[in-house]
Design a binder for this molecule. Structure first.
Ligand code: GLY
Length: 579
């Protein structure tokens, strides 16, 4: 296991005035009666759940009220989301948990999908070495060995106090009795309907009748209810052995995949050492490889800390600086990051303060540097759809948990008779050098397909702590959105810490995104008014609108330990305080 990784970036720009303003505004927000008027926000001195779907948030708050820990609530919310957020939160995918226990210790649990033993790089390319379109997105080859059920069982075993069955019961009820289809679920069909129609079982469950179900229609999933009952009775064996495992493997193989029962039997959750850094006096803890999220987030914060933040959150100077930082960090992502069990990821060197300083020093404050001039750096020595939810409990424990099927409804393949939607996470590998994946990300050898390897992720479950120990965490947050995850988390952090926004305001604020390649700033319509767009173009930036950048479901605590929940209105999530 790796040693703790501390980013040793010196803090040249302390801003006590802003930090004080923030503390006051968060405190005011906790006490002002108007705060609760925002439907996406909630507050509670006891516990808090913020997830992308209201039933799931309520399930979690009830578990907390019954005396469950943040871990118990996280397990219950994850199972509920597997039912009510089938486009993103299913048990046919993988995920990451960053957990904080009551003593302030952090643990990173990796239950990312793995490539089956028989999955070799040649499976995805034609004779000329070019990836065959669609293979990594909508066939059996797209499906990685799911990790969610193993991950949730591990979370429960380590930190749970309520019975396992109790935590799955609400999900079973939601699957059996159904829940009303909500606007974001309708929207998720947009890109996925074609894939779902390739699979008769997916069509029968998710496209009943003529087509995409209307908002308010009750969606029942009786097969998934039976699968969940089996998992409630048998624990992880209910998924990785017996009829569910057999159905999963048979379905994947019938659709051209190479998964075997032995791949399911060999699946292991891995504990990893979180990556840690500081930002303007706060301690930031995030997820290590095989996620790129934590390292890229810490690199970006460390670069930003070297600059005085320009006045104005949406000003062209601010956007330019953020985009230049994003461009440089994402260039490193393309070369250095992958599954640390298969490649040597230079975590310490990527976060080294001298290295980060040298990357930041190439930023021209008045001109965009073309991405073609920003190669991945040489650190010293040698060289959607996803769902995020946050939980916090009365004892200061916190769970920051992101799960994914990759794209909306994953591969669109449902394992026969189980109701389980299977992921298409294998597209997160770099299938050939320089060939972009579904998110436009390019990569190289570090993220090449190998048997039993985990594809590089951008999921960034993060916990920010007050510098002073012993307090409840300052922020618990994360997001879906492929590479946009990292920049969404980055911007919410910066909005709170640098711009002094209240938590809900920081979550709502429109966002921008740069990922090195393609060389452009994508932006939510409201982020860049016409004059800012003109100024950015004059600096040499290309711009393109993007509908929604991330969906950050965040919890914050004020100095008095009062929890504030802020759901992201982009996908209509819900913050539910423990009564
Ligand atoms: N599948 C998106 C991610 O893990 O980054």
């Amino acid at each position: 296991m790796r040693d703790n990784v501390e980013s040793r970036v010196i803090i040249p720009v302390q801003n006590p005035r802003k930090i004080l303003a923030l503390a006051v505004s968060v405190w005011l927000c906790a006490t002002a009666p108007s705060f609760g008027a925002d439907p996406a926000a909630a507050d509670s001195p006891r516990g808090m759940v913020v997830s992308p779907e209201a039933h799931a948030s309520r399930v979690g708050a009830e578990v907390l009220a019954e005396g469950g820990t943040a871990a118990d609530a996280a397990v219950a919310v994850a199972f509920a989301l597997a039912v009510t957020n089938p486009q993103a939160g299913g048990i046919g995918g993988g995920g990451f948990l960053l957990y904080r226990d009551e003593h302030g210790n952090h643990t990173a649990l990796d239950f990312r999908e793995t490539a089956p033993e028989g999955l070799t790089p040649d499976r995805f390319v034609d004779e000329s070495g070019k990836p065959v379109p669609g293979l990594s997105l909508e066939t059996g080859l797209a499906v990685g060995v799911p990790g969610v059920v193993a991950g949730l069982a591990e979370i429960h075993e380590r930190w749970g106090v309520l019975p396992w069955k109790r935590l799955i019961e609400p999900a079973i009820g939601l699957a059996r009795d159904g829940f009303p289809v909500y606007p974001d679920l309708v929207r998720a069909y947009g890109s996925a309907e074609k894939r779902l129609r390739l699979d008769e079982r997916a069509t029968a469950i998710f496209l009943p009748g003529a087509g995409v179900p209307l908002r308010g229609r009750i969606l029942e999933q009786p097969q998934l209810a039976a699968t969940l009952e089996r998992i409630a009775r048998r624990g992880r064996a209910g998924f990785y052995e017996g009829p569910v495992a057999q159905a999963l493997v048979a379905t994947v193989q019938a659709r051209g995949g190479v998964m075997e029962l032995t791949d399911l039997g060999a699946y292991e959750v891995v504990e990893r050492e979180p990556v840690r850094g500081t930002y303007r006096g706060y301690r930031v803890v995030s997820f290590p490889p095989p996620s790129s999220g934590g390292i890229i987030l810490l690199q970006m914060l460390a670069m930003l800390e070297r600059f005085e933040m320009p006045e104005g959150y949406g000003a062209s100077d601010t956007i330019h600086l953020m985009a230049e930082i994003q461009r440089r960090a994402f260039a490193d992502r393309s070369k250095w990051l992958g599954d640390p069990d298969h490649v040597d990821v230079p975590v310490e060197r990527l976060l080294d303060s001298a290295y980060v300083a040298s990357r930041a020093s190439t930023i021209d404050r008045s001109r965009a540097t073309p991405s073609s001039e920003i190669l991945p750096g040489a650190p010293a020595a040698e060289g959607s759809d996803t769902a995020h939810f946050s939980v916090a409990d009365r004892s200061g424990r916190a769970a920051s948990l992101t799960t994914t099927l990759n794209t909306s409804f994953g591969s669109g393949i449902v394992a026969a008779g189980t109701g389980i939607v299977l992921n298409n996470e294998m597209d997160d590998f770099s299938l050939a050098p320089g060939v972009p994946n579904v998110y436009g990300l390019v990569g190289g050898e570090a993220n090449a397909v190998r048997p039993r390897k985990r594809p590089l992720s951008s999921m960034t479950p993060t916990i920010v702590e007050y510098a002073e120990t012993g307090k409840r965490p300052f922020l618990v947050l994360g997001s879906p959105g492929g590479p946009r995850i990292i920049n969404a988390v980055f911007q919410v952090l910066v909005n709170v810490i640098d711009h002094g926004m209240e938590l809900q305001e920081a979550v709502n604020a429109p966002r921008v995104h740069h990922q090195w390649i393609p060389d452009l700033i994508s932006y939510e319509e409201r982020a860049l008014p016409a004059d800012v767009r003109r100024a950015l173009r004059a600096m040499g930036h290309s711009l393109a609108t993007y509908e929604r950048i991330g969906n950050v479901n965040a919890i914050g605590a004020d100095e008095n330990g009062h929890w504030l929940g802020a759901a992201d209105p982009r996908k209509g999530g819900a913050a539910t305080g423990q009564p």
